[in-house]
Design a protein around this ligand. Sequence first.
Ligand SMILES: [Zn+2]
Ligand SMILES: [Zn+2]
Length: 391
Amino acid sequence: MTLKGLGGYTRTDREKKLIIERLTKRPDFQYKMHAKYQLMDAPAADFDLEEPVLKDEVNELICDYDVTPLTKFCPECGRKYPEGENFCLDCAEKLREIKSVDISSIDLNPTFDFTANNQYNNFSDILTAENLEKLTVENFDVNKIVLNIKRTAFKRLDAAVKDNGIYLDSLSIVEKIMLFTKAFVDVEYKSYGAELGYYRFNRIYVDDRQLDALQITTMLHELAHFLIKEIITHVLCTIWECSKTTEIESVATFILSYSPVTALVDEYAAHTVEGRFTLYGFQDYSSFLNIEKSVELEKSEIEMLKTIGNTFANIIKKILESFIDAEMLSEIKDQFRRDILDQPDYRNLIHENCTLLNRKGMVEAIRLLLVEGFVVSMDNAEKLESYNEMW
Ligand SMILES: [Zn+2]
Ligand SMILES: [Zn+2]
């Protein structure tokens, strides 16, 4: 299979195409610009040009009389209760205090196991002609892999909410996104460096000096990087029928980063995930544009790499939207309204790819990346060793 050969397996990403068309047809796309802060997934009718109004005043009026404070909640149904109550009327469940929980200090120990017959603990056993051959012929089911990862993370998230007595509605939107992200991968605050954040070896670093809105986009972007690494790791384990070890994770990491070709797929996917859960018009396109410049391929082949990235993003989107519902999307939108004073800039939307691979096409695309990357990794055992020290 070649990049061009994958062309037979594509279809239009209609949902994304509609969003992009709607945004680029807006008058402010050409003229710059009346409207503020439109959420990319908001329905057309939501594109009002008015300022966000009077919410605080309304709240003040509503709160202007005595109410019994609700200080407890039912861990089963989430209903709130006043201090004097002890059991939920609906669930007969014992009520818990609503207390503030420091989400950044909670550790969820996120791991995703894969167990099989073979166990590889050194690279000379992995980097074999036999394993290369398997990559070219063995099949794998991406959906099944993704479903397993999602199921494990959601179970972990539920347990963390229960164990820590977290009342989800009391969390800010950035805390909710952080808690969700922590069900997949460790998240740490950093207070140094110029980057908003980055992902490396199963850990996301987020700059706590940044605005909440940017912490949210950063976490979702870096979570996408983690998920692609995890998916590729599980694909390798499936093909080689081996348990997941740090050696396999090192091979996956190498394949995703050794050349601008795979880096472009990885980066475009993360960029797209970020866009679909936050805001168009505020995205940072530099993450993949710099890489795109360094890829020495025909334009149609570069587009195919972005199509692969867009398809990865679509897979990841299905994991994220089970948690980030319409209400949370609008909370993210509100956070942007509060934090970001720049105007949205839609000019970079011309760089967006609106094509998806079908299931068979995606399997062949991943196979292509794996085979090419694995051949190179066979000559780079030292690099793999150095990665393996990092987990
Ligand atoms: Zn209840
Ligand atoms: Zn990135």
